[in-house]
Ligand binder design. Structure first.
Ligand code: COA
Length: 434
């Protein structure tokens, strides 16, 4: 067998040469979030005129997303698995698409013909002494895409951390390699504010010592972490995590000592934060970055004790239906792993699924707790799945409650200025509320 070093040398090429290998009509996958390989994406965008009918697919975008520009028509079109800031207008204006599926099912769909991938463009570390590269900060759905694509093009980036878990590919599994050192995209924690702090406090009150936490995307999870400093032996089994978790780990609050699966380890499918986080996870044996058919599988999630799933939402109606991804008919983000964790927490005997939001939007002009959704609004978490809803005014448990009781509970955590209006809607639907 050829020495892996010779094999690796034989696969080295330039970004322009590498992307030229992508056949027209291909479905092209980009590594997720901070795994997106900027040098390869730039080469694809730069050379767009040579391609016809490429379909660009990925979750959370962190780059400029120029492949969504109107001039790309006929050359490439984006199909989002999760819509982000840089792709939202293209999706909402009909220049790009959105495809919903449970995040944990991605590896199966990539391999069973439901959603095949032709080419995977990923970022990896330089090879180790054994010829293995690491996908670093994003293994979740990225590894399955790489394992199932006919063509795997890797940007070999010495700034990518080498993570433990399930992040490794052998150089023989890569079609070609482009060496380029580029900084990873960073996501800094935003300001939390008074409302965020109140939400964080209300959620933290539901977290018991020894809980296994999942933290979703956005500012609310960061706010929660701020109020967990006095807890003991928390564990992390989470689709993603960010810088806030590092602080709690260093303070000794996160030990994972009470976990049943991966005891003493923090488990994630991908990591998104600042360089501080990326340096922390580099070669860290206490952090396992694994594929989503494991990390996000409800049947796995529920095996840890006291699972607390913390995610954000956009709107809740008086039945407890939750919209986390659309503004009316317009796609705003995506389902991501929300349902994976809501259901995983529900299958855990002492689990809690928490969905949180500020009580109002548009500078307080509109209530996020509404009598009914606008036509076309997506129901992300159904009223049958819903458990806890949290705003800055408190936390309510809707499980086992009648629709009339749910309405009363939800009104109690709505912004006071909208409560009378909501009570009126409740009275006209159910008669007297009490
Ligand atoms: N009507 C009108 N505008 C609304 C609104 C509503 N009901 N709800 C929110 N908005 C506006 C906000 O005011 C805000 O606008 P601004 O940026 O101008 O202030 C904007 O929409 C975003 O809302 P915000 O609550 O700040 O969003 P966020 O960044 O905290 O993200 C979700 C919240 C729900 C979009 C995001 O968590 C998500 O996509 N979740 C689904 C996937 C998921 O949960 N995955 C979990 C595993 S990682």
């Amino acid at each position: 067998m050829m020495d892996w070093r010779q094999l690796y040398e034989s696969k080295l090429t330039s970004a322009d040469e590498a992307v030229r290998r992508i056949p027209n009509g291909s479905r092209v996958f980009f590594g997720q979030a901070a795994n997106q390989p900027p040098v390869l994406v730039d080469a694809l965008v730069r050379g767009y005129r040579q391609f016809r009918d490429l379909e660009i697919v990925h979750w959370v975008p962190m780059g400029k997303s120029e492949y969504c520009d109107p001039k790309m028509k006929g050359h490439m079109r984006h199909n989002a698995l999760f819509v982000g800031n840089s792709t939202r207008s293209a999706v909402q204006e009909g220049r790009a698409d959105y495809t919903p599926f449970f995040y944990h099912q991605a590896p199966r769909f990539f391999s069973d013909g439901t959603f095949p991938i032709d080419a995977a463009l990923v970022s990896v570390t330089p090879p180790d002494a054994h010829g293995y590269v690491s996908l670093g900060v994003s293994v979740g759905g990225t590894k399955a895409a790489a394992l199932n694509a006919g063509l795997v093009i890797a940007q070999v980036n010495d700034q990518m951390p080498r993570t433990m878990g399930d992040s490794f590919l052998h150089v023989s599994q890569l079609s070609c390699c482009v060496e380029a050192s580029t900084p990873l995209p960073e996501l800094s924690p935003g300001p939390i504010g008074e409302v965020g702090e109140a939400i964080g406090r209300n959620i933290a009150a539901l977290v018991e010592d020894g809980s296994t936490l999942q933290l979703g995307i956005g500012s609310i999870p960061d706010a929660v972490l701020k109020f967990l400093g006095d807890k003991k032996d928390l564990g992390i089994h989470s689709e993603m995590f960010s810088d806030g978790v590092v602080d709690l780990y260093e303070k000794g609050v996160i030990t994972g000592a009470n976990k049943t699966l991966d005891r003493g380890k923090m488990v994630a499918a991908f990591l998104m934060g600042t360089r501080k986080l990326y340096d922390f996870v580099d070669n860290h044996p206490g952090v396992l970055v694994k594929t989503v058919d494991y990390v996000n599988n409800p049947a796995v999630i529920c095996q840890n004790p006291k699972v607390v799933a913390i995610n954000s939402c956009l709107q809740v109606d008086l039945n407890g239906q939750v919209n986390s991804e659309s503004m009316g008919v317009k796609q705003f983000s995506g389902v991501g792993g929300q349902l994976d964790y809501v259901r995983g927490a529900a299958m855990c005997p002492d689990g809690k699924a928490i969905l949180a939001m500020p009580s109002t939007a548009r500078q307080g002009e509109i209530s996020r707790i509404v009598p009914v959704f606008e036509a076309g609004t997506t129901v992300t978490t159904t009223r049958t799945d819903v458990h806890y809803i949290v705003t800055e005014y408190g936390a309510v448990n809707l499980r086992g409650k009648s629709l009339r009781e749910r309405a009363r509970l939800l009104i109690s955590i709505a912004h006071p200025k909208f409560r009378e209006q909501l009570r009126e809607a409740c009275r006209s639907r159910y008669g007297e509320e009490d």
